[in-house]
Ligand binder design. Structure first.
Ligand code: ZN
Length: 154
């Protein structure tokens, strides 16, 4: 199947989601040319701000494959992925993402994440709306959590 076909499927999911009162985002996760999982934006239905279409598809795919790794998988998203979803794709090994609606397309509707991308491009210490602080606390007499994990992992 072509990219256009999977993108149309993602857009159909987004359209159905709008009909159910949700936001206009859908995603299809494909491995070896087959749809492994799909997702829609469920923020309104769940009250969970991380339930973006791409993350929902990633969650479903990980469950379906029984692995937190999604190496070689491709995501077709109705809209440009936000930084959270894009980071999740990097973290899970997804190798490709294609989207149908750009941030420019979404801007007039308040559906662009371009401003967050601009903020993320700045060094973390220079973020204007989120204070990021490194305070290297190591409780005295307590086992170091990283060393503990390394020892447990063998
Ligand atoms: Zn997202």
């Amino acid at each position: 199947m072509s990219a256009e076909r999977f993108l149309c499927e993602a857009i159909d999911l987004a359209r159905d989601n709008v009909r159910r009162g949700g936001r206009p985002f859908g995603a299809v996760l494909v491995k070896d040319g087959k749809v492994i999982a799909t997702g829609v934006n469920e923020i309104g239905a769940t009250g969970d701000p991380t339930t973006h279409a791409e993350l929902q598809a990633i969650r479903a795919a990980s469950r379906a494959l029984g692995s937190p790794r999604l190496d070689g998988c491709v995501i077709y998203a109705s809209g440009h992925p936000c930084p959270m979803c894009l980071a999740a794709m990097h973290l899970t090994g997804i190798t490709e993402v294609t989207y149908a609606y750009s941030n420019e397309d979404g801007e007039p509707y308040g559906l662009s994440t371009a401003a967050i991308y601009a903020e993320m491009a700045r060094p973390v210490a220079e973020h204007r709306t989120l204070k990021v602080a490194y305070v290297p606390v190591r409780p005295e007499g307590a086992e170091d959590i990283y060393k503990m994990w390394k020892a447990a992992a063998g």
